[in-house]
Design a protein around this ligand. Structure first.
Ligand SMILES: NC(=O)c1ccc[n+]([C@@H]2O[C@H](COP(=O)([O-])OP(=O)(O)OC[C@H]3O[C@@H](n4cnc5c(N)ncnc54)[C@H](OP(=O)(O)O)[C@@H]3O)[C@@H](O)[C@H]2O)c1
Length: 286
């Protein structure tokens, strides 16, 4: 891997892409920062890129040898737009691809699972990041963070199920290793924080850190699905509510050593992230 190559960061204005781009530029790597508008980021070369507009692919890929891929958000079939882009990327000289997926989506599973399955056949050097739920869902611009601020409430269909919530900074730190280490992981990596917490635990920690009481309001799967369907497409609403139900059944009650193994330091606990991001007020995305 040429250490002076350029990394295309898709989703560079978002939660993991923004942090990944910032860490890459701080370490002296060249970054092409992609978003639907060419948004200036310190030290990066901004480019307009839209998954749904193939005419934007060429400029984004010009001179790039590796890429961080945040899939199109909320698309039930991201492979339809991602596969043509990935073939073009390989032809343009991209040698390493790091895909953001989710702990809840296995290789070959729904949505981005199909892209995960195809990645090793397209790129000799690859990684699929499969983070658990982001801690930033409670500190940033996610619906949970909004309802915490406006109602002192977190609504889920996750019951008392526990989740290995992970800090987006730790995801970005792993992304940088996967993009820049001499040897690519060539594996999927399940990323968690240091402990599995229930949403009641999260509510209690946010309440202690902010000094304002927060409660977890558990909903039935159907109620969660219908609430979400008022604001997002019904198919996507059903998928998100089903992920909560899987949490209730214990699917996310685990921790892994991946962050420490790849970065050399343990992942941050939620209390530390809440103190960092909520004491100073909510942080903007990215
Ligand atoms: N939240 C969680 O707990 C969690 C857990 C596991 C996995 N995930 C996965 O994380 C992913 C989201 O990643 P994230 O949180 O880093 O991003 P994010 O904060 O949701 O931001 C989305 C990014 O994608 C860009 N984007 C949106 N539509 C685009 C389009 N049509 N073409 C090109 N870029 C587009 C946005 O940029 P512009 O708006 O500037 O175009 C933005 O930079 C999802 O796939 C989700 O499944 C989330």
């Amino acid at each position: 891997m040429n250490p002076t190559g350029t990394t295309l960061v898709i989703g560079a204005t978002g939660t993991t892409g923004g942090r990944t781009a910032a860490r890459l530029t701080a370490a002296g790597h060249r970054v092409r920062a992609a978003g639907r508008r060419a948004t200036p980021l310190p030290g990066a070369d901004p480019v307009r890129f839209d998954w749904y507009d193939a005419t934007t692919f060429g400029d984004a890929l010009d001179g790039v040898d590796r890429a961080y891929l945040v899939p199109p958000i909320g698309d039930p079939d991201p492979a339809a737009v991602m596969m043509p882009f990935l073939r073009e990327a390989r032809a343009a000289g991209v040698r390493r691809a790091v895909l953001l997926s989710s702990s809840a989506i296995p290789e070959g599973g729904p949505a981005v699972g199909a892209v995960h399955r195809a990645l090793p056949g397209l790129f000799e050097q690859w990684a699929v990041l499969r983070p658990s739920w982001f801690m930033q869902n409670f500190t940033g611009t996610h619906a949970h963070a909004d309802s915490i601020r406006t109602e002192g409430l977190i609504r889920t269909a996750a019951g008392t199920g526990r989740v290995g919530f992970v800090d987006a900074e730790d995801i970005a730190a792993v992304a940088v290793r996967a993009l820049t280490d001499d040897r690519a992981p060539n594996a999927d990596l399940i990323l968690t924080g240091p402990e599995a917490l229930s949403h009641d635990d999260i509510a209690a920690i946010v309440g202690r850190v902010t000094g304002r009481p927060v409660v977890h309001h558990p909903l039935a799967y159907e109620d969660m699905r219908d609430r979400l369907a008022a604001v997002i497409p019904p198919e996507f609403a059903a998928m998100l509510a089903a992920m909560d139900r899987a949490i209730a059944e214990g699917a996310e009650d685990r921790t892994t050593d991946t962050v420490e193994r790849l970065t050399g330091r343990p992942p941050s606990p939620f209390r530390v992230v809440a103190e960092r991001e909520l004491r100073a007020g909510p942080v903007p995305r990215g």
